[in-house]
Design a protein around this ligand. Sequence first.
Ligand SMILES: Cc1cc2nc3c(=O)[nH]c(=O)nc-3n(C[C@H](O)[C@H](O)[C@H](O)COP(=O)(O)OP(=O)(O)OC[C@H]3O[C@@H](n4cnc5c(N)ncnc54)[C@H](O)[C@@H]3O)c2cc1C
Length: 385
Amino acid sequence: MRPDFLDWPFFEDRHRTLHRELGPFVKDTLGAIKTDGKDEDERATCARLVKALGEGGWLQHVVAPFDVRTLCLIRETLSHHHGLADFAFAMQGLGSAPISLFGSDALKERYLGDTASGKQIAAFALSEPDAGSDVGAISTSATPDQDTYVLNGTKTWISNGGLADYYVVFARSEAEATGTKGLSAFVVDKDTPGLMIVEEIEVIAPHPLAKLAFEDCRVARTQMVGEPGRGFKIAMATLDIFRSTVGAAALGFARRALDETVPRVESRQQFGQKLADFQLTQARLADMLTAIDTAALLVYRAAWTKDQGAERVTKESAMAKMYATEAAQKVVDDAVQLFGAEGVVKGSVVERLYREVRALRIYEGTTEIQKLIIARHIRQEYKNA
Ligand SMILES: Cc1cc2nc3c(=O)[nH]c(=O)nc-3n(C[C@H](O)[C@H](O)[C@H](O)COP(=O)(O)OP(=O)(O)OC[C@H]3O[C@@H](n4cnc5c(N)ncnc54)[C@H](O)[C@@H]3O)c2cc1C
């Protein structure tokens, strides 16, 4: 059944066509790739998913020119299927977006085609052990030396760490600068001497993560993305596009939770009647669907606004990301509750969703950081008025 939200005014016919074509690809091609980790580890599965998405032509959408509604629709559909499929798609976009948005023609030529075909896997390396929410605390240094920069420092929680072919790394290229000033972005190939994977990190749901170390890692000046000292701007412009897509991924998890729950409460009998006939159950279903639609409105409002040519949608994408990820967590929790004990059985869909949805409230800026961003905008707007 075609979801009714596709009739919303945010969408055009090309979005409806894309959605219609993506469904069978997900079911037949991605559905044939085992994502339960029993046959191979999550890195190998992820590599297979990237390859399939590339061969299917879906990764063409992760490079500029971006259509954020398309990115959101694809993420929502993939996460409805499986979190790792969404991850494989999203990271190709997040990892390469700095190059799409700010890279030289040579960098675009060298990396974007292979990223869009799935031949190269991308990663985005911003966070450090002492610089999570506080990006201005980045201490990885990039010291200029003739026609190179020498990188030293540690990056952590890096998605696709150990799997990626290249990393867009944010480092301080102006030693005297502090906070968010003096940061620059560099594309570092995986086999560059001095780049090491020091730890693979396992989290509660499949998501290849690693800690990286840079020890006198020398990269050519031509590997710098954009202008020197503009790294913070590059990172934020990238997140401006991708934050609403995190909301879309959350939406996919939430819709899947509801899709699993309705048949369950319509069939499960207690006290001589279906669970769905109890008004407490009906109230919960109403809350779940209302939260899903509210999240979708915020996500596609942010995406549509960007697609209309807005230079920045920082407030809109922060609202979309914050609300959709928090709402999805609650919807998934409601689903687990309505399944009773079946909901916590390892390997059941709602149990998987419960683990998959959690990290979305943390990465690409926690809920608390989104609140600070939104509040900053409110205060500024009232000041300007
Ligand atoms: C699954 C996963 C994938 C990730 N992938 C990547 C990646 O590919 N690349 C990358 O660079 N990073 C990645 N990250 C890192 C992620 O961006 C950080 O975890 C996130 O920014 C939060 O930083 P932190 O974990 O250091 O938490 P902290 O910054 O230490 O925050 C801890 C808590 O304090 C709160 N807090 C912090 N500051 C404030 C404040 N000013 N006011 C109120 N509360 C505050 C936070 O909201 C949070 O609840 C990933 C993380 C996860 C979990």
